[in-house]
Design a protein around this ligand. Sequence first.
Ligand SMILES: *[C@@H]1O[C@H](CO)[C@@H](O)[C@H](O)[C@H]1NC(C)=O
Ligand SMILES: *[C@@H]1O[C@H](CO)[C@@H](O)[C@H](O)[C@H]1NC(C)=O
Ligand SMILES: *[C@@H]1O[C@H](CO)[C@@H](O)[C@H](O)[C@H]1NC(C)=O
Ligand SMILES: *[C@@H]1O[C@H](CO)[C@@H](O)[C@H](O)[C@H]1NC(C)=O
Ligand SMILES: *[C@@H]1O[C@H](CO)[C@@H](O)[C@H](O)[C@H]1NC(C)=O
Ligand SMILES: *[C@@H]1O[C@H](CO)[C@@H](O)[C@H](O)[C@H]1NC(C)=O
Ligand SMILES: *[C@@H]1O[C@H](CO)[C@@H](O)[C@H](O)[C@H]1NC(C)=O
Ligand SMILES: *[C@@H]1O[C@H](CO)[C@@H](O)[C@H](O)[C@H]1NC(C)=O
Length: 340
Amino acid sequence: MAEFICLFGKDSAAIVIKQPKKSPLFLRMIVLVFAMVCGLYICSVCLKQFGYVNLQSSQLVQTSPIDSHSLRFVTRIHYPKPQTFNRDECGHNPVRYFAILSMQRSGSGWFETLLNSHNNVSSNGEIFSVLDRRKNISSIIQTLDRVYNLDWFTSASKNECSAAIGFKWMLNQGLMVNHKEIVDYFNRRGVSAIFLFRRNPLRRMVSVLANSYDRYAKLLNGTHKSHVHSPEEADALSRYKPVINSTSLIHDLQETENSAAKALEYFNTTRHIVVFYEDLITNQTTLKQVQEFLNIPVKDLSSRQVKIHRGDLSDHIKNWEDINKTLNGTEYEKYLRADY
Ligand SMILES: *[C@@H]1O[C@H](CO)[C@@H](O)[C@H](O)[C@H]1NC(C)=O
Ligand SMILES: *[C@@H]1O[C@H](CO)[C@@H](O)[C@H](O)[C@H]1NC(C)=O
Ligand SMILES: *[C@@H]1O[C@H](CO)[C@@H](O)[C@H](O)[C@H]1NC(C)=O
Ligand SMILES: *[C@@H]1O[C@H](CO)[C@@H](O)[C@H](O)[C@H]1NC(C)=O
Ligand SMILES: *[C@@H]1O[C@H](CO)[C@@H](O)[C@H](O)[C@H]1NC(C)=O
Ligand SMILES: *[C@@H]1O[C@H](CO)[C@@H](O)[C@H](O)[C@H]1NC(C)=O
Ligand SMILES: *[C@@H]1O[C@H](CO)[C@@H](O)[C@H](O)[C@H]1NC(C)=O
Ligand SMILES: *[C@@H]1O[C@H](CO)[C@@H](O)[C@H](O)[C@H]1NC(C)=O
């Protein structure tokens, strides 16, 4: 206040004495207006940059009882500071966190190779297949922290120039059991969920049975392979036709659909997108939408993997007559028909 007291004679002194009262108020107003303008500007820039996400929940309901609401969230960006290396020239690039939530034999391996063909995406594989990492919620969170701090190293790591970092997580790998804490973590740290499901759980069942058979049979020159890179290998693996238990079939299909629905319900407050394997195969737009969801530059993505079971399902199931009869007239009849 001392600065405002000047000696200007009686009249002017009166004015000057008033000013200390007015002036801080005036200054405060200016600061307030300035802050508001700044805030609005930052908001508008953020919204423009990160965009709102509209989920394609309507597609989801088409073939299954799964349902989800359209959610609108802004992607959260991060500037991780890894302990193991320096982000160097990419230190100023924001990073998005994601997790692919899926089930075994739903195409998530293939989906990951597609994502990893993007030079700014690191999807680190099925890290919770290791029991120790999902023993309890603290070991889960410890693992997640390391992944999202970019301190987790796999062949997929892009280190300093990753713009989206994640991994794939099967529903039965501690995800459903610890869903409450994991949803909290996702929301707290801004992790986006990419659900990857198959529309046709009967085809998934064929893949599950064939893959578990190959674990013992090792059809490819004595090595077990879950994914292949040539049509010859695919043919060799698909020559085995599994027998499907027709007694438990309906129940098993229901179980698969129920756990997908349950997962969506548990994670309905997170920022998420639902992707179907079948759409990835038949619709170019789907991969583009995934990249937009992750807010990364949209690129053409590619994978060297080759689909194992192609064509009519009747060619891939040993007791086809039986299965056809079991599903005839039920709500699952549609799964008998080849859809790609
Ligand atoms: C979680 O598991 C780790 C070892 O796997 C153990 O050291 C730790 O005490 C466990 N924490 C809780 C809360 O059970
Ligand atoms: C993507 O990676 C390249 C280097 O591979 C880097 O120059 C570029 O800035 C990155 N883009 C984003 C959005 O992080
Ligand atoms: C098995 O190995 C032989 C020789 O090494 C090779 O010619 C053949 O293509 C392999 N078969 C498969 C199914 O990988
Ligand atoms: C088929 O499923 C039924 C019902 O779950 C079970 O009782 C039966 O043992 C199963 N059959 C085979 C061959 O696994
Ligand atoms: C999420 O699912 C729960 C349980 O069904 C429901 O009570 C809640 O309203 C849902 N929340 C949103 C955001 O959809
Ligand atoms: C592909 O997906 C987009 C967006 O989900 C949809 O608008 C379009 O109709 C689909 N195209 C085909 C051929 O199904
Ligand atoms: C399945 O059974 C129906 C009769 O219920 C028959 O018309 C149809 O040809 C069968 N499908 C196949 C692929 O065998
Ligand atoms: C399939 O179901 C229809 C009725 O839904 C029935 O008329 C037909 O005989 C069934 N076919 C077989 C092969 O069981």
